[in-house]
Design a protein around this ligand. Structure first.
Ligand SMILES: NC(=O)C1=CN([C@@H]2O[C@H](COP(=O)(O)OP(=O)(O)OC[C@H]3O[C@@H](n4cnc5c(N)ncnc54)[C@H](OP(=O)(O)O)[C@@H]3O)[C@@H](O)[C@H]2O)C=CC1
Ligand SMILES: CC(C)(CO)C(=O)C(=O)O
Length: 324
């Protein structure tokens, strides 16, 4: 059985560990700070639509990683801004008995387009995952996943393109663990499609009325789509999915307010946000191609200044001037 080394014990990583534990897959969850110390000592409080469980998980602190074995697969579930350091820390670890961790397959779960390019500098077998999951981590030791009946939807492919035996084996294990997973040879198109959605994440940080947010989200997405196309990214269309999402839905879980995407969670926890790799990726691509992305640039700057000023989410309007 493959052992998965899940690096990053937040919303995506801890929920993967909880599902692997519940479905008999082998794994170790590697985290840092209070979060992993709490999970190791008291278990993970795992909230799902069917109820809340406290799960004892196999854990390690990043300061003393588990001894690696040939056949291990690394699942990278940190935010994009932590991918450079994390992949450097892991790539050059020895596998006792021979070889370096850089020879092991690694799966990048990050939103945006940057993670795979970073990891590919050190790892050969890079598998990119695009994950749709309403996972929330705002309280130490606790993760909520409100979707049902499947935990999340994962599209997975070898980066930059193709699928291999390892891709298929990981997809099989994710399906066993309760995810709706499929292998795709054109994973960059799926990552680009998800980014069009994620450029709207930052809107939850601002206090404008919902109808203004809805219009702003449309403008951000349209701008992202046209810049991605200009940069030859050809985002996938949802109709191309090989899995049926018709029964997949988000349920209400008592005790958690609605909304709360990953960017908002970072602000609530007072940690760094991924905005420079979401809206900032669109801005970067626009600049590389002699174009402009004014809406995404404005949202990136507004989120950055909110963080710079240590202001809480929801305390300022965005006040973005949209075309009539
Ligand atoms: N949350 C969600 O619902 C979704 C998230 N995603 C994407 O998944 C990726 C992960 O997001 P998410 O799970 O929300 O992020 P979280 O911030 O919840 O979790 C990341 C965890 O990684 C930890 N970490 C950072 N660096 C290291 C390190 N060197 N060693 C060990 N642990 C480390 C962080 O610790 P610390 O807190 O100390 O920084 C944090 O606990 C992101 O790219 C996000 O965009 C995609 C779909 C949905
Ligand atoms: C929850 C989801 C799927 C919504 O955009 C996400 O990708 C995020 O929170 O970053």
């Amino acid at each position: 059985m493959t052992r998965y080394i899940i690096i990053g014990a937040g919303a995506v990583g801890a929920s993967l560990a909880a599902e692997f534990e519940s479905h008999g897959l082998d794994y170790v969850l590697v985290g840092r700070g209070e979060q992993i110390a709490h999970i190791a000592a008291q278990g993970l409080t795992y909230r799902r639509p069917g109820g809340t469980r406290v799960l004892a998980l196999k854990t390690a602190d990043q300061s003393s990683p588990p001894a690696l074995k040939p056949g291990d697969v690394l699942l990278l579930t940190v935010k994009t801004q932590d991918v450079e350091t994390t992949s450097q820390d892991w790539a050059w670890l020895d596998i006792p008995g021979g070889g370096l961790a850089a020879t092991l397959p690694i799966v990048t779960f990050q939103n945006g387009l940057a993670a795979e390019e970073i990891v590919l500098r050190r790892f050969d077998s890079v598998h990119a995952a695009s994950i749709l999951i309403p996972a929330r981590y705002t309280r130490t030791g606790e993760v909520t996943v409100a979707s049902t009946p499947h935990v999340g939807v994962v599209t997975l492919g070898r980066f930059p393109h193709g699928v291999d035996e390892i891709t298929h084996a990981i997809v099989t294990d994710l399906n066993r663990a309760g995810y709706l997973a499929e292998a795709r040879a054109d994973i960059r198109r799926w990552k680009a499609a998800k980014l069009i959605h994620n450029v709207g994440n930052a809107l939850e940080l601002f206090s404008d009325p919902p109808e203004v947010h809805a219009k702003t989200a449309e403008a951000l997405a349209a701008e992202a789509h046209s810049i991605l196309q200009a940069a030859s990214h050809d985002p996938a269309d949802p109709s191309e999915r090989g899995v049926d999402l018709s029964s997949w839905r988000i349920a209400e879980i008592t005790g958690d307010e609605a909304g709360g995407k990953s960017t908002w969670q970072s602000f609530v926890r007072g940690t760094s946000s991924e905005v420079d790799y979401l809206n900032g990726e669109i801005v970067r691509l626009a600049r590389l191609h002699g174009l402009a992305a004014p809406f995404n640039a404005a949202v990136q700057a507004a989120a950055a200044t909110l963080a710079r000023d240590g202001a809480a989410p929801g305390t300022r309007p965005l006040n973005l001037a949209l075309p009539a």
